[in-house]
Design a protein around this ligand. Structure first.
Ligand code: AMP
Ligand code: MG
Length: 321
């Protein structure tokens, strides 16, 4: 249901008093807390069951807020902000010492993003900067519609209903504290988008198996349904004997008798938007196995945005997939 201006003021007041509020963004729903209130931020970790070494992204509504969190903004950072904000690009800066440790998991960097969603921007304008991880219980797929939040938390959290999130996959995270900048998490904004807009190519750091990854969140199993997730190629499908939910984005193979097929017919943005909802549906419908059609190398070469989809499905499938 759409919310009124008065309701938005009420939600902003709750945030200012140190309460948590779930709000929509163009990527996924965020579980918001006031970024300058460590006790409120602590509640996020408790409510989500989130490991304390996983830092949070600070959401802002205007570029002046950047200066509260980082002492220096390079010309390159300014250009990225100008080209991609508001939008699904998180930028990692060196932090000011005053930024609470609980926000950054004790690191000397802070992640900032301006979401491209009118409700999120209006809320932050009223409440001030908000830390907001995805509003799921830790380990569950990120919520892309209000039902997902109610499934994880019943009606315990205040939720601003913004319908279905447009992109459905978390933001690109770009580390600007190194040269060249590194993409720590792939998202809807790709290395080519950044090259075309800003004239430099970031390095891909999302697959690093380093002991202390720069983006600690990426080491946890994420985005996963309870069902097992496996890639398949269309030739293997006839060997599937038991029940399975089969996700096809490109081809339309004949389904084995016990399998249920879902088809996106080349609509990759639609597949991304519905991925987490489909994961959650599979659990609700009692599927133990989700099979996802593999992407061909030529497809990936021709459409970099698919990398974020492949990344989330591979994370859900687990190591070695
Ligand atoms: P989530 O809030 O669940 O979408 O996850 C936030 C992501 O941003 C995680 O992968 C974090 O590791 C990453 N992140 C947040 N802050 C930082 C930071 N200061 N440096 C590197 N990565 C960060
Ligand atoms: Mg998350």
């Amino acid at each position: 249901m759409p919310h009124s201006k008065e309701q938005l003021h009420t939600f902003a007041e709750l945030l200012k008093q140190g309460e948590l509020v779930v709000f929509p963004t163009e990527t996924v729903y965020g579980l918001g807390a006031s970024a300058w209130n460590p006790r409120a931020v602590q509640k996020i970790f408790e409510v989500k069951g989130r490991p304390s070494d996983n830092p949070l992204i600070v959401h802002i509504s205007n570029v002046d807020m950047v200066k509260e969190f980082t002492p220096s903004v390079s010309a390159r950072a300014k250009l990225l902000m100008q080209k991609f904000w508001p939008g699904p690009l998180t930028l990692v800066f060196n932090k000011r010492p005053e930024v609470p440790d609980i926000v950054t998991a004790g690191m000397n960097t802070v992640a900032l993003r301006m979401p491209n969603h009118p409700t999120a921007l209006a809320l932050i304008q009223l409440s001030g900067p908000l830390v907001a991880p995805s509003a799921n219980k830790s380990g569950r797929p990120s919520p892309t519609r209000p039902e997902h939040i109610y499934a994880d938390y019943q009606r315990k959290l205040p939720v601003i209903d913004g319908g279905i999130c447009d992109i459905g996959i978390e933001s690109t995270v770009l580390d600007l504290t190194v040269n060249p900048p590194v993409i720590l998490r792939p998202g809807n904004i790709t290395a080519s988008d950044i090259y075309e807009a800003c004239g430099f190519t970031p390095t891909d750091g999302s697959d690093t198996k380093a002991e202390a990854p720069k983006s600690p969140g990426m080491k946890y199993t994420h985005y996963a349904p309870k069902a097992k997730v496996r890639w398949f190629s269309t030739g293997e499908l006839s060997a599937v004997a038991g029940p399975a939910l089969v996700l096809c984005h490109t081809s339309e193979p004949k389904m084995p008798p016990a399998a249920t097929g879902l088809f996106w017919r080349g609509d990759y943005p639609g597949f991304a938007r519905e991925l987490y909802d489909t994961f959650r549906k599979a659990d609700r419908d009692g599927f133990d196995l989700i099979l996802v059609e593999e992407f061909e190398p030529e497809q990936l070469a021709g459409n970099e945005r698919l990398l974020s989809l492949v990344n989330r499905i591979s994370k859900a499938a687990g190591p070695g997939s």
